[in-house]
Design a protein around this ligand. Structure first.
Ligand code: KIV
Length: 271
């Protein structure tokens, strides 16, 4: 693996000037990272892995150890994309010293390019502490999956002028701390556009706006692998769950009919 060929944070940050949308997807494992890598500018090891990999109900049970292990796997499987690792719920929000300590573990133990945290102006002290510790940070505003239990569900943001202005204020205050990009999730298009117009750092949309400087989807959603709930903002580019079902049915039929293993699948002699 040639680490020198990996995209840099400067490349990610220059997206608005280049007018080239950033292609971003989540990845959690080495083989999937390997398949996505050459097509993507940024791979996010998202804490969405709690649901799509571990079958949890939400992201709140994800631990830093899980994120670090999956971050290592994605770094091993990729060599081109800039890799960002999510900081899980409880690892950064309440204490700036703990946030820096955990974020440093995330970066040092995985070798990723940046970490991501969810929050706006209410976390300004945390963003500032991460910046002071030179930890490249991506912000996540709008719908914040780590807040869905507290907020009573997945609620689209920016519906009122007041909410839209407050999101713009969040983005502007976070930008000043030196974040390298801002993910805008689950936000009314008009409000997302106001954020895009207000800031100079790249914005990466998910259920936000085509005007964002990049787009991200959960790869398992995009690949049709996670089908428990398919939100409006997801476009499925494959139906992997159906493919796996069909393959498993063929395999089961072969095993039950003793068609597998065939002659070509067994070791005939010792040489
Ligand atoms: O955890 C995740 O996958 C994310 C994306 C939805 C942006 O944060």
């Amino acid at each position: 693996m040639n680490a020198a060929s990996r995209l840099s944070k400067e490349y990610i940050m220059s997206a608005p000037q280049r007018h080239e949308p950033l292609v971003c997807l989540t990845a959690y494992t080495a083989p999937v990272a390997k398949a996505l890598d050459r097509h993507c500018d940024l791979l996010l090891v998202g804490d969405s892995l709690g649901m799509v990999v571990y079958g949890m109900e939400n992201t709140l049970g994800v631990t830093l150890e899980m994120m670090i292990n999956h971050g290592k796997a994605v770094m091993r499987g990729s060599r081109h994309a800039f890799v960002v690792v999510d900081m899980p719920y409880g690892s950064y929000e309440t204490d700036a010293t703990l946030a820096v300590e955990n974020a440093r573990r995330g970066i040092d133990e995985t070798g990723c390019g940046a970490i991501k945290i969810e929050g706006g102006a209410e976390l300004i002290a945390i963003y500032q502490a991460l910046a002071a510790a030179s930890i490249p940070t991506v912000a996540h505003i709008g719908l914040k999956p780590q807040s869905v239990v507290k907020e009573g569900g997945y609620k689209v943001k920016g519906k009122s002028d007041h909410e839209a202005l407050s999101l713009v204020a969040d983005a502007l205050s976070i930008e000043k701390t030196g974040v390298i990009a801002i993910v805008i999730e689950g936000t009314i298009e008009g409000a997302a556009n106001k954020i895009v117009d207000a800031v100079s750092v790249p914005t990466i949309g998910i259920g936000a706006s085509a005007a964002c400087d990049g787009q991200i989807l959960v790869s398992d959603d995009m690949l049709g692998l996670f089908t428990d709930h398919v939100p409006k903002f997801v476009k499925q580019y494959a139906q992997l769950a159906q493919n796996i079902d069909a393959a498993a049915a063929l395999y089961a039929g072969d095993v039950r009919a003793r068609r597998f293993p065939g002659d070509v699948n067994v070791y005939k002699n010792m040489s």
